[in-house]
Design a binder for this molecule. Structure first.
Ligand code: SF4
Ligand code: SF4
Length: 958
């Protein structure tokens, strides 16, 4: 094992941003989706030029791909917090998609290059890793190594020019496997894949840390001294190597001996601080009052269709419930809310900064918020759409009106957690949820015509025949209810094996679902669901649960296995854990003299967990008591005040003051508004004002989804004229089909047209009239990057029917005029476009026969010498007037052949204009033929001239 892992020298990576940028410019076409994920410079990212002036450079790193985290709020929030520290520059880095990993390592490109700056990670002062879930940790060694960063803290600390590697995020309290290896394993002084961990919430701690690093750096302090200065000054600051973890190294094969003895054979026996200045245990950072800290407002608009125009506002943090399996519940207590007035300020800022039309109320359960109803009302008034995600069945069952409100605001799919298949198992999971409550909530949902209901279930491994019978009876009741109410709802049950997370009552429990694949239980639940006409899904495999559980329960002795998996064996976690990987990990364990039983067995009250040097705010004693309740299938009511429940404090210790406790147990949700009020808003929203925006997109944005520019235009308008913010609803269309972009096929730049939809009211009409806007175009333009606003047209009506689109295509230099002529001729022939070939003034013209024009996909084409401006890349350009049926990708493939992806992605295609049919039969003043098109948007023809003569005479220039 040892020889396989050490020593590992960092991969030899390019060290200058110029080299990395040059490589990107020349090779982006090789990368997934034409390298958009590494393009950078999204709106709300920092100007790359500021990198050089910054006092401190902070690279926010993800262990997952750009696409996978595009809807996540964590990394943009980290950047937003960091930017509040004066002199700090931020950039982002992501795990490359599968195909790109090999390409980048072969080219010596650091995997964690800054997307906007193209700076290598070693050019930054701090790498802040945002870690959302345990399996992501599998990618850390590889990302460090192939970013040119030494793997271990002891090596990194010797080099002032290597950045600090710190880690935070939702999963930061479960990182023991990163902090080895340990000397006793024979790995010498090597330790620590990260330098420090931020436990808990980062709103204050990130700033505290960056301030100390900034000062330390300017004072020329050693890295070790800077980290030392953080103790006691940075909330939740955990420097793992400052704690000694001592193990009993004898391994025995009788796991039952370990239960309840307080010591484990071959296990961790003691944790102690090594330095007097460190806290022990480290208290997790909690932001008790959410109002003074900002939720995400200025997150980048990522180049991902799924996230464009959609943003999340965190309305509350923590959850008041005590589900025994839920890490969030125990690590993020107590429950806290952001006030409506702060949320409205945040909404306004986020809407303008990110061009939002949809806002998601981000919380563990939105239906616990005190000001839920006024919030829904005001958000619905302000936004095109409001997305409500997680809600509790029990609260829903007591609030029929909320179901009605959800229906009015257009929510047609609902997801809720039922978790245990029987009341007994729900008590084990401390779900506080009866069958009657679920049934009642379903009744309300069916009554209101919900389209889809997704119910989450957990396979605990404890299911018995009575549990299955109860579930079968319940499924039948639901089925009968559906029929009785004549509901067409699509019902999906999604089953996941139980994960026993650290810092929860179930940390003591035997990890049944990891010890054995509980396939039989899944099959029985599936059978019952299907028998009653409901869909069934399994959302995680046994292998995934096994490895998640091992990494979570694992201690510092597992670090060599993590490195072996990631670097020696080259495994990268994207979405799947294979059987082979599980087999490999079993080998790693054996080689290290460790056993999975050691980690998966039941643990006693005094068991020393590898995370005992961390205090998430709830005592181990309380967790043990709760565990006792769970295994006796007993539960207590959670502490949030609600109708007909006398809530009581359970004494978990999370609330900072008695006042906070009182607030929770006397909590109420404000009275709902009158139904008429929301109906009035719904009615008002039907009255729309459509603003047409004609834009010219630069070539640099040609690969981004077309919707992106519409949203960026809305953003520019709202930032320049804040008075319009309350009226903006959505960016509805661009002039061609959105469907085409789903295949990421529209690589054109040039003219495009969007409809921005606003509420039509006196004020918005005043603000959005043509005269007012034309005076402000230059100001609006300042907020546009990569595109230019050519024209605003207020109250434009429907998008007119486009008859013809005029393209200019610049082919790469190696394509000669004769080659292009031949390929174009073949394409026209294959598409039955009858034409005549003419040579005119140095141009080759494909003149389409007039009587065949009606059904042709191409109306006209000409090849001419490229202008000076285009000459560096192209010798010849092609003008084409095509119908809407023309498919650019197919045409390019016909020109280049299927294999020539580089040319297909790199060809510069400019849309010069959109034209409609000319109904008036006017004749061209030059050739006297009838002019068949008239300008809609873009380049006009010469006066009284047809398209052909306009090009011939340079009115539309080459
Ligand atoms: S309701 Fe339960 S599962 Fe949901 S967030 Fe709260 S504690 Fe977790
Ligand atoms: S201290 Fe009491 S009121 Fe506060 S979260 Fe814990 S149980 Fe609830």
């Amino acid at each position: 094992m040892q020889t396989n892992v050490f020593p590992i020298k960092p991969h030899d990576c390019l060290k200058s941003s110029q080299e990395i940028r040059r490589w990107y410019d020349e090779n982006y076409h090789l990368l997934s989706r034409a390298g958009l994920w590494l393009k950078g410079e999204e709106p709300n990212t920092m100007e790359p030029a500021l990198f050089y002036q910054a006092e401190l450079r902070f690279l926010v790193c993800r262990l997952s791909t750009y696409r996978d985290v595009s809807v996540s709020i964590s990394h943009p929030l980290v950047a937003q917090i960091a930017q509040e520290v004066e002199g700090v520059f931020t950039d982002f880095a992501f795990l490359p998609p599968p195909k790109d990993l090999g390409i980048m390592t072969a080219a010596h490109i650091p995997l964690w290059s800054g997307t906007t700056t193209k700076e290598p990670p070693c050019a930054f002062d701090v790498l802040g890793i945002s870690n959302s879930f345990v399996l992501e940790l599998l990618n850390l060694p590889k990302l460090l190594h192939f970013s040119g960063i030494p793997l271990f803290k002891n090596e990194r600390m010797m080099h002032q020019d290597i950045p600090f590697i710190v880690l935070g995020g939702a999963s930061s309290a479960v990182t023991s496997v990163l902090h080895g290896p340990i000397k006793e394993q024979g790995f010498g002084d090597h330790y620590g894949l990260v330098d420090a961990v931020f436990i808990g919430e980062g709103e204050y701690s990130i700033k505290q840390f960056l301030e100390i690093v900034k000062k330390g750096k300017s004072a020329g302090l050693r890295k070790a001294d800077i980290l030392r200065a953080c103790h006691g000054k940075v909330d939740g600051f955990y420097e793992p190597d400052k704690y000694e973890h001592r193990y009993e190294m004898t391994i025995q094969s009788r796991p039952e001996m370990w239960v309840g003895t307080g010591k484990t054979q071959g296990g961790l026996i003691e944790i102690s601080p090594k330095e007097p200045y460190v806290s022990y245990p480290v208290k997790s950072a909690t932001v008790y009052d959410l109002d003074p800290v900002r939720t995400l407002e200025s997150g980048p608009i990522w180049y991902e269709t799924e996230s464009i125009g959609t943003g999340s506002l965190q309305i509350s943090n923590g959850c008041p419930c005590f589900c025994s399996f839920c890490a969030e519940s125990w690590e993020k207590k107590p429950y806290r809310e952001r006030s409506l007035s702060k949320l409205l300020e945040a909404l306004k800022a986020a809407k303008a900064q990110q061009g939002l039309d949809t806002v998601n109320l981000f919380s563990f359960n939105f239906n616990t918020h005190t000001e839920l109803y006024p919030m829904i009302l005001s958000f619905y008034r302000e936004m095109g759409s409001v997305s409500l995600k997680s809600q509790r069945f029990d609260l829903l069952s007591a609030d029929r009106f909320l179901v009605e409100v959800q229906q009015i605001i257009g929510k047609t799919t609902v997801s809720c957690g039922m978790e245990g298949i029987s009341e007994r198992l729900r008590r084990y999971l401390h779900k506080n949820l009866t069958e009657e409550q679920i049934y009642k909530a379903c009744e309300f949902l069916f009554e209101k015509g919900i389209r889809e209901l997704k119910i989450f279930l957990i396979c605990t491994g404890l299911e018995q025949s009575e549990d299955f019978s109860e579930f079968a009876r319940f499924a039948k009741r639901l089925d009968d209810l559906k029929r009785m109410m004549d509901s067409n709802v699509r019902m999906i049950f999604s089953l996941t094996p139980l994960y026993y997370p650290p810092h929860t009552p179930l940390q003591f429990h035997e990890c049944l679902t990891a010890i054995e694949d509980k396939k039989k239980i899944g099959r029985e639940v599936e059978r019952i669901c299907k028998f009653h006409g409901m869909e069934f899904r399994e959302s995680a495999s046994y292998e995934e649960i096994w490895l998640t559980q091992l990494l979570a329960m694992g201690d510092r002795r597992l670090t060599p296995a993590l490195i072996r998996s990631s670097i020696t064996e080259g495994f990268v976690y994207y979405h799947a854990v294979s059987k082979e990987l599980l087999r490999n990990w079993r080998i790693y364990l054996t080689d290290l003299g460790l056993s999975e039983e050691n980690y998966f067995c039941a643990k006693g009250k005094e068991y020393v967990f590898p995370w005992d040097d961390i205090d998430p705010g709830i005592s181990k004693k309380f967790l043990w008591e709760e565990y006792g309740c769970s295994i006796h299938f007993d539960e207590r009511e959670y502490c949030l005040g609600r109708p007909r429940i006398e809530a009581q404090c359970l004494g978990c210790g999370a609330c900072p003051t008695p006042a906070h406790i009182r607030k929770l147990i006397h909590h109420t949700v404000n009275q709902p508004f009158l139904k008429e009020e929301i109906l009035r808003i719904a009615e008002r929203k039907r009255n729309k004002l459509v603003l047409r925006v004609v834009v010219e997109i630069e070539s640099s944005l040609r690969l981004v989804p077309k919707r992106f520019v519409g949203v960026a235009a809305a953003r520019a308008l709202m930032l320049a004229i804040p008075e319009v913010i309350p009226y903006y609803q959505s960016s509805s269309a661009h002039v061609r089909d959105f469907a085409e972009e789903a295949a990421f096929a529209d690589f054109t730049h040039g003219i495009n047209v969007y409809h921005l939809v606003f509420l039509s009211e006196d004020k918005s009409k005043d603000l959005l009239n043509n005269e007012f806007l034309s005076l402000r175009v230059n100001h609006i333009q300042k907020y546009c990057r990569g595109f230019r606003i050519k024209e605003f047209v207020s109250d434009s009506g429907d998008m007119p029917d486009v008859h013809g689109i005029l393209y200019k295509i610049c082919f790469a230099k190696e394509f000669t005029e004769s080659f292009l002529r031949q390929k174009l001729g073949e394409y026209l022939h294959a598409n039955y476009v009858r034409h005549t070939l003419l040579k005119r003034g140095g141009q080759t013209v494909f003149k389409v026969d007039t009587k065949h024009k009606k059904n042709a996909v191409v109306f006209y084409a000409s090849i001419c010498k490229a202008s000076q401006r285009e000459e560096p890349v192209a010798e010849f350009t092609l003008f084409m007037m095509v119908s809407k049926r023309f498919h650019m990708q197919e045409f390019l493939k016909a020109c280049y052949g299927f294999e020539r992806r580089k040319e297909i992605v790199c060809t510069q295609i400019e849309t010069l204009g959109y034209y409609r049919k000319n109904q008036h039969g006017a004749r061209c003043a030059v050739c006297n033929e009838s002019i068949s098109e008239r300008l809609l948007f873009g380049q006009p023809f010469g006066e009284n001239q047809c398209l052909v003569c306009s090009i011939d005479r340079g009115k539309i220039s080459c």
